[in-house]
Design a protein around this ligand. Structure first.
Ligand code: HEM
Length: 116
C-alpha cells in the first residue's frame, strides 16, 4: 500500500482551530487524532497543544504504554515528506537520493553495460 506523504506546511494547517482537523506528528508519521481528542485519558488539551505540530517529545515524555502506541496506529494517515523529517540521520546516508550518488551509479551502469 502506498504511503501518503505530507509537508510540514500541510500538517500545520490541521491545527484544530475553527473546526480544522487535529493532526499531530510523532516520529515523522502523521496522525489525524481529531476523533480521539475527547477520549484521551490525559485530556484533550495535551494533544490540542500539539495540533499541526511535532509532538514526539511530549508523547515520549508522557511514558505512553504499549496500548497507547497501538491506539496511535489506528489514526495514522501518512508520513512526513523526506525533506521535512527530523529523523533523517540513519536513512539519509544509506539512500541514493543525492544527485552525486546517482551520477556515480550512472557510471557503474555504463561500466556494467560495457564490461559486465
Ligand atoms: C503530544 C501529545 C500527547 C501528550 C502530551 C500526551 C500525554 C499523556 C499523559 C500525560 C497521559 C497520562 C494521563 C494520566 O495518567 O492521567 C496520557 C495517557 C494516555 N495517552 Fe496520551 N498524550 C499525547 C498524545 C496521545 C495520542 C496521540 C494517543 C493515542 C492516539 C495517546 C494515548 C494515550 C493513552 C491510551 C493513555 C492512557 C495511558 C497509557 O496507556 O499510556 N496520547 N497521555
Amino acid at each position: 500500500m502506498e504511503t501518503t506523504l505530507y509537508s510540514l506546511d500541510e500538517v500545520s494547517k490541521n491545527d484544530g482551530k475553527g473546526g480544522n482537523r487535529v493532526w499531530i506528528i510523532i516520529k515523522d508519521a502523521v496522525y489525524d487524532v481529531t476523533d480521539f481528542i475527547d477520549e484521551h485519558p490525559g485530556g484533550g488539551d495535551l494533544i490540542q497543544e500539539w495540533a499541526g505540530k511535532d509532538g514526539t517529545k511530549d508523547f515520549d515524555d508522557a511514558g505512553h504504554s504499549g496500548d497507547a502506541k497501538k491506539d496511535l496506529k489506528k489514526y495514522k494517515i501518512g508520513e512526513l515528506r523526506e525533506e521535512d523529517r527530523k529523523q533523517k540521520q540513519a536513512k539519509a546516508g544509506a539512500k541514493t537520493e543525492n544527485p552525486e550518488l546517482q551520477n556515480r551509479s550512472f557510471c557503474s551502469v555504463i561500466s556494467c553495460g560495457l564490461f559486465g
